[in-house]
Design a protein around this ligand. Structure first.
Ligand SMILES: Cc1ncc(COP(=O)(O)O)c(C=O)c1O
Length: 389
């Protein structure tokens, strides 16, 4: 096995409290918990009946990729050539799959010829034609036709931009087969999917589509969507997902068909916390050093109503770090930029006696935080530490 390329050792602390006491960080600090990355990966390695591909888009930070790799994940759902290059440069033995249904000209050719990528997704004729023309070796490819699925139990839908109808997918599957590639189906039930049944429903749609096409599927990709534990969302136990998926797979003509999934959020959400500092308190308004242009973008998405769990620490006169007690009241929390929109969309319950210089730790913040932060107004959170012995 190849060791990851070294990116410089991160400072390591036994606990978040120790990191706080030592660094008293005035800038946002991402805390990585290797044990939690290990536990999240183990769920899939032990419970999912096939390969779990880490969806790199959810958090492409090198420190996070290293954790995912160290936890035993060897397959990566990549959506662009830069993502493939990033993964392959760190882990030359990694298996990359190009699962973006719309690819810029020449990118499939590069992925196939330079990086040996053989899994691709399509949902229309134009992309299928381009893929076959660019790779000029369809027999080596496994081509997944993406079907659109109903929103069901997911918070964020992922079937309005990509995915086609079952009759159209059936037609594309026949074309894939005629081209000599391996026909396969994929879908994404939507992100933060709180209902395991959504997967069973989508697997049934895949079964009907293959039957309509009259082709024998060579693989099934059930996508991502597995949830993270946020405040306000009731996340079912993970084994419900795997049990439901396994039961649904039994209904396929070949229950032993190779199955893959593409979890992003579920592999990384719990592995990271973010330490922020209160810069100013004005009544029930707090101004902190990270915001919606930094790590908190996902909280602002339409339809999203959950929040990250928080804990608050203060420094006593001797510089010791103590949890801040006190009954919680709602605070409006603003980010550090000059933009009025830089405000968390819902009030956050925090101790009534919170003050400037106190620290708010946001837990379970690994997914779609780091990945979408910007440099707006000169702010770009990028300090990291490892927490654990
Ligand atoms: C094609 C594809 N696969 C996987 C994922 C990861 O989804 P999640 O983080 O909900 O598991 C996404 C997210 O957008 C996606 O578009």
């Amino acid at each position: 096995m190849n060791a990851p390329v070294q990116i410089g050792a991160l400072p390591r602390f036994g606990t978040v409290e120790k990191a706080l006491a030592t660094l008293k960080p005035g800038e946002p600090l991402y805390c990585i918990f290797p044990e939690k990355f290990g536990a999240a990966a183990k769920r899939f390695l032990d419970g999912f009946p096939g390969d779990a591909l880490y969806a790199v888009k959810a958090n492409p930070a090198p420190h996070v990729l290293d954790q995912v790799w160290a936890a035993g994940i060897r397959h990566f759902d990549t959506a662009s050539v830069p993502e493939i290059e990033m993964v392959k440069s760190r882990f030359p033995d990694a298996h990359c799959h190009f699962m973006n249904p719309v690819r810029a000209n020449g990118t499939a050719k590069k992925a196939f010829e330079q990086y040996g990528v053989t899994d691709y997704v399509v949902d229309c004729d134009f992309e299928l034609d381009k893929l076959i023309a660019e790779t000029r070796n369809a027999k080596k490819l496994r081509i997944f036709v993406r079907i659109a699925t109903p929103l069901g139990g997911a918070v964020l839908e992922l079937s309005s931009k990509f995915g086609t109808t079952q009759p159209d997918a059936a037609r594309l599957l026949q074309r894939v087969k005629d081209a000599g590639a391996q026909p396969a189906i994929c879908f994404h039930v939507g992100s933060q999917c709180l209902s395991p049944f959504s997967y069973a429903q989508a697997i049934e749609m895949a079964r009907r589509t293959a039957q309509m096409a009259g082709v024998e599927l060579q693989a099934l990709d059930i996508g991502g969507g597995f949830p993270g534990p946020y405040m306000g969302d009731d996340v079912p136990p993970y084994h419900w997902y795997f049990d439901t998926i396994k039961e649904a797979l039994e209904t396929l003509p070949d229950p032993k068909i190779p199955v893959i999934c593409e979890p992003g959020r579920a592999l990384i959400a719990e592995g990271m916390s973010l330490i922020t500092q209160v810069i100013l308190r004005k009544g029930d308004r707090l101004y902190i050093n990270d915001g919606t242009y930094g790590s908190f973008d996902e909280l602002t998405l339409p339809g999203w109503s959950a929040d990250y769990p928080t804990r608050v620490y203060t420094l006593d006169g001797k510089g010791r770090v103590l949890p801040l007690p006190g009954a919680a009241i709602p605070f409006r929390v603003y980010g550090p930029t000059c933009d009025t929109l830089d405000v968390l969309p819902r009030p956050i319950m925090l101790p009534a006696n919170i003050a400037a210089n106190d620290f708010i730790v946001f837990d379970n913040i690994g997914a779609y935080s780091v990945a979408v932060r910007t440099t707006f107004n000169g702010f770009f959170p990028d300090n990291w530490a490892i927490i654990g012995n």
